[in-house]
Design a protein around this ligand. Structure first.
Ligand code: CU
Length: 271
């Protein structure tokens, strides 16, 4: 009997996974991102990860040592003691101090992440809609409606999918580099969540509430994200694309956008 197609596919994918050149394409870890905060999150994640690895090694070493060298078949007799105050104090103090060590850098980073009050250079109101994003540049009179731009032919498998399939929009959120941008998120209908991993920002957009986040992006480029709160049938079809420009390019873009909106006041106002 020849192996089933499923079995052959499994063997093939396992062989493929063992190939070093294929492994190079996989990144299992979180990425450091492009802001000070996202790097801070990544570093904290790595520190906590290695603390967990160390705890795991210590606990499992002691456990396997006890299981192997002090097993009953070797004639080991279990110690029988209760209410040993010293032991109880030690096994309370050790986890307590480990948790405190973890909490200090985590709290420092959280405070930094939530500090939207100081020195922000511009504020952008982000409104989640079923199913697109709306960006309003506060004080500038500029509004951008950002919708999925992947053609229906690709979604319905009638055309070849492009590399940014379902992660591309008609109008990017354009922002300047090296400026502290304050994001104010809210929603028009149901709860959405504005998530851009490279910025280390994930903020719920809740109707009737305004949440705050911020980012200061060092390098120009395009960064992508998506809605991260199940918001209805097209939840997976409202991506986020941020285009970071140099300050001069951003000012030019803003002027062009303002001129366009003055000439056509309905642009960006109607979904
Ligand atoms: Cu959504």
């Amino acid at each position: 009997m020849s192996p089933s197609p499923q079995f052959r596919a499994l063997v093939f994918s396992l062989l493929l996974a063992m190939n070093p050149s294929v492994q190079a394409d996989y990144i299992f870890n979180m990425t450091p991102g492009v802001t000070e905060i996202s790097r801070g999150i990544h570093n904290l994640h790595m520190v906590i990860f290695w603390i967990c690895v160390a705890i795991g090694l210590v606990v499992f070493s002691v456990m396997f040592y006890a299981i192997i060298w002090h097993r009953k078949s070797r004639g080991a007799k279990a110690a029988n003691f209760h209410e040993n105050t010293l032991v109880e104090i030690i096994w309370t103090l050790i986890p307590f101090s480990i948790l405190t060590m973890m909490a200090i850098p985590a709290a420092q980073l959280l405070i930094k992440m939530h500090d939207t009050k100081t020195d922000s250079d511009l504020s952008i109101k982000i409104v989640g809609h079923q199913w697109y994003w709306e960006y309003e540049y506060l004080g500038e009179g500029v509004r951008v409606i950002s919708r999925l731009s992947t053609p229906q032919e690709q979604i319905q498998n009638r055309d070849i999918k492009n590399p940014h399939y379902l992660r591309e929009v008609d109008n990017h959120l354009v922002v300047p580099q090296k400026k502290k941008i304050r994001f104010l998120t809210t929603a028009n209908d149901v709860i959405h969540s504005w998530w851009v991993p490279a910025l280390g920002v994930k903020k719920d957009a809740i109707p009737g509430f305004i949440n705050e986040a911020w980012a200061k992006i060092e390098e120009p480029g395009i960064y992508r994200g998506q809605c991260a709160e199940l918001c209805g049938v097209l939840h997976g079809f409202m991506p986020i694309v941020i285009e970071v420009k140099t300050e001069a390019e951003y000012q030019t873009w803003l002027l062009e956008k303002k001129a366009l909106m003055n000439n056509h006041p309905t642009i960006g106002h109607t979904p």
